[in-house]
Design a binder for this molecule. Structure first.
Ligand SMILES: Cc1cc2nc3c(=O)[nH]c(=O)nc-3n(C[C@H](O)[C@H](O)[C@H](O)COP(=O)(O)O)c2cc1C
Length: 199
């Protein structure tokens, strides 16, 4: 089987200038880059996104360009710190702007947490479900100063988990990327039927 081109949108969901989430997302982005794999990094500190407002958010001039980037992606590599057991407001705001674009695509999630980030991972899986997206059957979490220090990944276990995530995102997305266009073009009563004919 020929390899399909892979588009990854990696989202840095921390506005912290010295964010460990940013270090890890950039590390995985580099790891995933390769022949046939394009990684687009959306750092919400560098590219601030207006607070989602259903009445006006889609009218902003810059929105169409971002929407095209989200639409093009097959995999969403999402990074967020654990804030009060929840997704950061920056990442939640990004997610609120989209849903149709996520349908039938794949979420791979990374959480910076001192408490394994399980509730945050669950919330990201809930968002995926609500938007008819798939998610990897696990998320990666890490603790700053234990797994990541001064922008470097210092734990071998974390290196292994990130390698697994990068590999799984690539392989499982390939399966979805073949089925998604077939479902959109077909006539079967699958869940993608509702997006047939949508741009
Ligand atoms: C407002 C706020 C709330 C936080 N709540 C939690 C929490 O509930 N559980 C936790 O483990 N860490 C919590 N933290 C710590 C951050 O998740 C942790 O420092 C993380 O590594 C920050 O990621 P960053 O370096 O990418 O910004 C909180 C930090 C802030 C600023």
């Amino acid at each position: 089987m020929t390899q399909l081109p892979l588009h990854v949108l990696a989202v840095v969901g921390s506005l912290n200038r010295t964010s460990s989430t940013r270090s890890v997302i950039n590390h995985v982005a580099q790891q995933m880059k390769g022949p046939g794999v394009e990684v687009d990094v959306l750092d919400l500190l560098e590219e601030p996104l207006s607070l989602f407002n259903p009445d006006s958010s889609h009218q902003a001039e810059s929105f169409a360009a971002l929407q095209a980037r989200v639409q093009q992606a097959d995999v969403y590599l999402l990074g967020t710190p654990d804030y009060h057991g929840s997704i950061s407001s920056a990442l939640k705001n990004f997610l609120d702007h989209f849903w149709r674009e996520f349908a039938g695509k794949l979420f791979a999630t990374i959480v910076a947490s001192h408490e394994k980030g399980l509730t945050v991972t669950d919330q990201l899986r809930t968002v995926a479900r609500q938007c008819y997206a798939w998610s990897l059957p696990y998320g990666v979490s890490f603790a700053d100063h234990v797994d990541v220090k001064d922008g470097q990944i210092i734990s071998e276990a974390m290196q292994v988990r990130l390698g697994m995530l990068a590999r799984d995102a690539r392989i499982y997305r390939e399966l979805l990327a073949r089925q998604r266009p077939a479902d959109l073009a077909g006539t079967d009563p699958g869940f993608m039927a509702r997006w047939r004919g949508a741009s």
